[in-house]
Design a protein around this ligand. Structure first.
Ligand code: WTA
Length: 645
C-alpha cells in the first residue's frame, strides 16, 4: 500500500505542457467572463469551417435549449480527415490492436479517407441521406470508426449500440430513433470468445420492419444467416465503391449522433449531440487534458459503444490529427499483463482507462505490470466513476512509476466531453479528486432546495451555464430532456451526481444521487433492471439497488417477491440472472438475488430504497427511521434473509 498524498506538478511535465497554472487561471477567467470571445477563438483555432458562424452561443436552460456557432457550416469527417491530408496523409491515424496479440494494423490518414469515402458511397447508394439515422452495432475494429465517420460525412445521424447489448436492447434503440440501416459484423471477438453480432441483429430486426439495409463486416468468418434483400457484405460493396465522396456541409447545430444512456426512470434516453460545439470541446479537451503533441501515441481503452469511445477514441483525437489506438480485446486476455504489453509494443505515451480496470489489474498483483517496460508513458487518465485513492496511488506508483500525472476526468454522456479535470502542467493532484473545471465550465453545488452553496461544502452538482458539447435534446422527446436535466433545479443543468468541494476549490465527485448505478463504469438504471425482472413469470415484484463492490465499484442487488405459487430456488435465481442478460445484456446481470416476502413500503406504497440499499450494503446498524413504513416487520425479515456473499 502506498501513502495517500498530494502530488504537485513535476518540472518535466510542466516544461512540455501546453498549459501551466497561470495560463489555466487566465484562460479560465476569460472563458467565464467573455465566453463568446473565448470559444470563438478556440473554434477558429481547432476547427476548419466552410462558412463562419453568425453567433457563438445562446442558451435558455428553462427550455433546455442551447445553440453554439449558429449559422456556421462544417463537416466532422472533413475536420477529422481531409484537412490533415495536405501535410499528414501518410501519418498514422489509427493503430488497431486485435484481440489476438499477433494481430494488428496501422491506418494512415490517407487510408482512412479512402475507407470512409467508400463506405459513405455505399450508404448513399442504399438511399441513406442527410438526417437519416444509422445504427452501428460493431466490435472494436477500425470499421466501427469508418462507419461513424462515413455517417458524419454524408450527414446521417449515427446511433452506436454497445456490442454487449442484447437483441432486445438493440431492437428498442433501433425503433426509438427509427434507424433504417444497420452496420454490424458477422461476429465480434473478445478475450478469445466470439460475440454473435449478426445473429443478434437478425433477432432484433424481426421487429424492425423499417430497416432496409444491413452492412456486414466479415470479422471472423463465422456461420451466419443471410437475407438477400437486406444484407450486404461490407468488403464487396466498399471494394466496388468510389474512394471519393464530398463531405456534406452541415450546420453547426445539425445532429451528429444519438447515444442511448440510462436514467433513473423508464427506458434509456437517446442523448442527442450536434456538430460544431461537440467537435470543438472533444478536440480541445483531448489536446489539453492529455497534453497531446504531434506524434504521441494515445490509447483510450473504452468501447466505441460508450461516449468515451465517441469523444476520445474517434472524434477528439482524429480532429487533432492524433495517433489513436483502438483495442479489440480485454485487459485480462491472454493475461493480466496485456495492457502493459500493448503499451510497450506500440510505445504508447498516453493511457486512458476506467477505475474498475485499474482495480481489477491491481488485484492481480504488481508482477504483471513490473515485468514490462512502460517507459514510453507520459500521461495517465481515468474516467467513468470515482477512483478510490488506493487505486489512484497504485496506478501512479506501479503503472506510471511516479513519472506520469493522472488525469481524473469527470463528465457524462450528456456533457459530450470532459467537464472537470486536472491539466498535466497546471494542476497539483489530489488522489480521488477530479480537481477543477475545464475552460468554460461553471459547476456549482446546491442544497436540496436548489440554493447555491459557497466555499468548502458538499451538495448536488449542477452546471450553471451552457458549454459547447452540451446535450441538445433527448431524441424525439424534448419534454423528457427538460424534465430530466433542467426541472430539478430550475435555471441549472442537474448532473445527477453529488460532490464535495474542498478549501482549494477542488471537486470530489461522490457518485450518483439518483437511482442510477455505476457498475464497472457502465451506467445502469435500477428501473430498467426491475422492468426486465418483472417480465419473468415467476416474479411478482422486484426492487434493485447498488452495493459497494471492490472491483466493479458498485454491484447489482435485486430483491424479488415471487408469485404466490412459485417456490424460490438456486436454479430459479440462475434463470433470472440469465433472463436479465437476455433482456438487457450481461452488464445488467444481478450479482445477488434475495427473495423477499415483502418490500419495505411507505403507507402510500412507495418502496423505501434507502433501507434496501443499507441492507444490501450490510449496513444494518444505520437503517435510519423506519417508523413511516406500512409494515416495519418486513425489515427484520429482509435482514434475516440477506443474500450470502
Ligand atoms: C460517473 C462517462 C467520478 C458520474 C464519461 C457520471 C465519474 C457518470 C467520473 C456518467 C469521475 C464519470 N469521477 N464519477 N471521473 N466520470 N463519472 O454517461 O456518476 O457513462 O454522472 O459517461 O459516471 O456516466 P456516462
Amino acid at each position: 500500500m502506498f501513502e495517500i498524498e498530494n502530488h504537485p506538478v513535476k518540472d518535466a511535465i510542466k516544461q512540455r505542457a501546453h498549459i501551466n497554472d497561470a495560463q489555466y487561471k487566465e484562460m479560465y477567467q476569460q472563458s467565464i467572463e467573455q465566453p463568446d470571445t473565448f470559444w470563438g477563438n478556440m473554434a477558429s483555432e481547432f476547427l476548419e469551417w466552410f462558412t463562419p458562424w453568425e453567433k457563438v452561443s445562446e442558451f435558455d436552460f428553462n427550455k433546455g435549449e442551447a445553440t453554439w456557432f449558429k449559422g456556421g457550416k462544417l463537416n466532422v469527417s472533413h475536420n477529422c480527415i481531409d484537412r490533415h491530408l495536405a501535410t499528414k496523409a501518410n501519418d498514422t491515424a489509427i493503430i488497431w490492436e486485435g484481440d489476438n496479440p499477433d494481430e494488428d494494423l496501422t491506418i494512415t490518414y490517407q487510408q482512412l479517407h479512402d475507407k470512409v469515402c467508400r463506405l459513405a458511397n455505399v450508404l448513399k447508394a442504399r438511399g441513406v441521406k442527410k438526417g437519416d439515422r444509422v445504427c452501428i452495432y460493431m466490435p472494436m475494429i477500425p470499421e466501427a470508426a469508418y462507419a461513424m465517420l462515413a455517417c458524419a460525412r454524408i450527414g446521417a445521424v449515427h446511433s452506436v449500440v454497445f456490442g454487449g447489448f442484447s437483441p432486445e436492447s438493440l431492437k428498442d434503440r433501433i425503433l426509438d430513433s427509427d434507424c433504417q440501416a444497420v452496420i454490424t459484423a458477422d461476429e465480434g471477438l473478445r478475450g478469445g470468445k466470439a460475440v454473435p453480432l449478426k445473429v443478434n441483429t437478425d433477432t432484433a430486426l424481426a421487429s424492425c420492419p423499417n430497416v432496409h439495409t444491413v452492412v456486414v463486416v466479415k470479422r471472423t468468418g463465422g456461420e451466419i444467416a443471410w437475407n438477400d434483400s437486406r444484407d450486404i457484405w461490407y468488403h464487396e460493396q466498399t471494394d466496388a465503391a468510389s474512394n471519393q465522396c464530398p463531405a456534406e456541409p452541415m450546420d453547426a447545430e445539425d445532429p451528429l449522433f444519438i447515444l442511448y444512456t440510462s436514467g433513473s426512470t423508464g427506458k434509456p434516453k437517446g442523448v442527442l449531440h450536434t456538430t460544431g460545439g461537440y467537435l470543438l470541446q472533444s478536440a480541445m479537451t483531448h489536446k489539453y487534458i492529455f497534453d497531446y503533441h504531434p506524434g504521441d501515441v494515445y490509447w483510450c481503452t473504452a468501447d466505441v459503444g460508450w461516449i468515451t469511445g465517441h469523444s476520445y477514441i474517434v472524434y477528439g483525437p482524429l480532429c487533432n490529427a492524433a495517433i489513436t489506438l483502438m483495442f479489440e480485446g480485454v485487459p485480462t486476455y491472454p493475461d493480466a499483463s496485456r495492457c502493459w504489453q500493448v503499451i510497450d509494443k506500440h510505445q504508447v505515451n498516453v493511457f486512458y482507462t476506467a477505475p474498475t480496470a485499474i482495480r481489477a489489474l491491481m488485484a492481480q498483483g504488481d508482477d504483471y505490470v513490473t515485468r514490462t517496460d512502460r517507459s514510453s508513458l507520459k500521461i495517465l487518465g481515468t474516467v467513468g466513476e470515482p477512483i478510490n485513492p488506493e487505486a489512484w496511488e497504485w496506478y501512479y506508483h506501479v503503472v506510471g512509476e511516479t513519472r506520469c500525472p493522472i488525469m481524473d476526468t469527470w463528465w457524462q454522456t450528456e456533457t459530450g466531453a470532459v467537464m472537470i479535470t486536472p491539466l498535466p502542467g497546471a494542476t497539483n493532484l489530489k488522489p480521488g479528486s477530479a480537481t477543477r473545471p475545464f475552460f468554460g465550465v461553471q459547476p456549482a453545488l446546491v442544497d436540496p432546495e436548489g440554493q447555491i452553496l459557497e466555499g468548502a461544502t458538499e451538495g448536488n452538482l449542477v452546471i450553471t451555464a451552457s458549454w459547447p458539447s452540451q446535450i441538445r435534446s433527448v431524441y424525439g422527446d424534448h419534454e423528457r430532456c427538460i424534465q430530466t436535466y433542467y426541472s430539478t433545479y430550475p435555471g441549472y443543468y442537474f448532473t445527477g451526481d453529488g460532490a464535495r468541494r474542498d478549501e482549494d476549490g477542488y471537486y470530489w465527485i461522490t457518485g450518483r444521487v439518483d437511482d442510477v448505478l455505476n457498475v464497472s463504469g457502465h451506467r445502469m438504471g435500477t428501473a430498467e433492471i426491475e422492468s426486465a425482472l418483472v417480465l419473468h413469470d415467476a416474479v411478482a415484484e422486484a426492487a434493485v439497488v447498488g452495493f459497494p463492490h471492490d472491483i466493479k465499484g458498485q454491484g447489482i442487488y435485486a430483491y424479488i417477491t415471487p408469485m404466490h405459487d412459485v417456490e424460490p430456488s438456486p436454479e430459479l435465481e440462475k434463470e433470472l440472472r440469465e433472463f436479465v442478460t437476455k433482456e438487457i445484456g450481461a452488464i445488467a446481470k444481478p450479482d445477488f438475488i434475495q427473495w423477499a416476502v415483502g418490500l419495505p413500503k411507505t403507507r402510500s406504497g412507495k418502496i423505501m430504497r434507502r433501507i434496501l440499499r443499507k441492507i444490501a450494503s450490510d449496513e444494518i446498524d444505520s437503517l435510519g427511521d423506519t417508523s413511516t413504513l406500512a409494515d416495519p416487520s418486513v425489515v427484520d425479515n429482509l435482514i434475516d434473509n440477506r443474500a450470502k456473499r
